[in-house]
Design a protein around this ligand. Sequence first.
Ligand SMILES: [Mn+2]
Length: 263
Amino acid sequence: MSFEELLRESTRLNEELPGRRGSFVERTGAGALVVVGDLHGELDSFKEIIEWVKDDRCLWLFLGDYVDRGAFGVELLTALLQFQLEHPDRVILLRGNHEDWEMNYHYTFADELRNKGLTGALPSLLSWYDSLPLAAKVGELAAVHGGVPIPVPEGIDELEKAKADDDMGFQMLWNDPLDESYWPRGGGTRPFDEGAMEAFLSLLDCRFLIRGHQYVPNVGYKVNFGRCVTIFSASYGMGWPRAFLYLSEGHVDSEIEAYVIRI
Ligand SMILES: [Mn+2]
């Protein structure tokens, strides 16, 4: 299957994803679950995580930022979408802030596509970006790429209606937790504090918030407010550990950190 055909087939699967309601996707989460953070064009990181898990029962939740920065965005997307096609009901692909052509143009993926002779795939790529949900609930875990939108929505229907280019969607793709390392990104992004996280978790009836978006040098993950986990699954070309979350029994019985794997 060509790159374009893969994108079109994945777009169809994303639109028909079980549990999908607008920009939101919901699954009861009884089985094994893997959550993968930013991959940023690192095919090796994706392959190593797949190899490590080797669990055929898993639901796989990817938090977005598949392209830019790393040199193998096309190869990563090809492998990721093939993986989705092989397990259509067990793969959820969320959108990250780099699933955006303007970002790709400023970073590396637009050049990568041109250098690999794939600019013709652009319309399929943009449709694929638009087919990705922005937020998910899997059992007791809530997931977004960036963070909690401010003000916190009062109903899940607001999440369902959010779009990547409206204020709520934008914030879910971009926001960061307010901690000592917080650095304003500007452009309408906002920090979310513990109260906002609690309100968001309460809205979704979840215990934990899982997000990517921020690299954590030398560590690969961080936990804020006891219940917000940042995981970053790319080594960032620095040899940093690739972090991901693995719930082999599908639920959390101790501190969430116990379920963070780093390879
Ligand atoms: Mn990001």
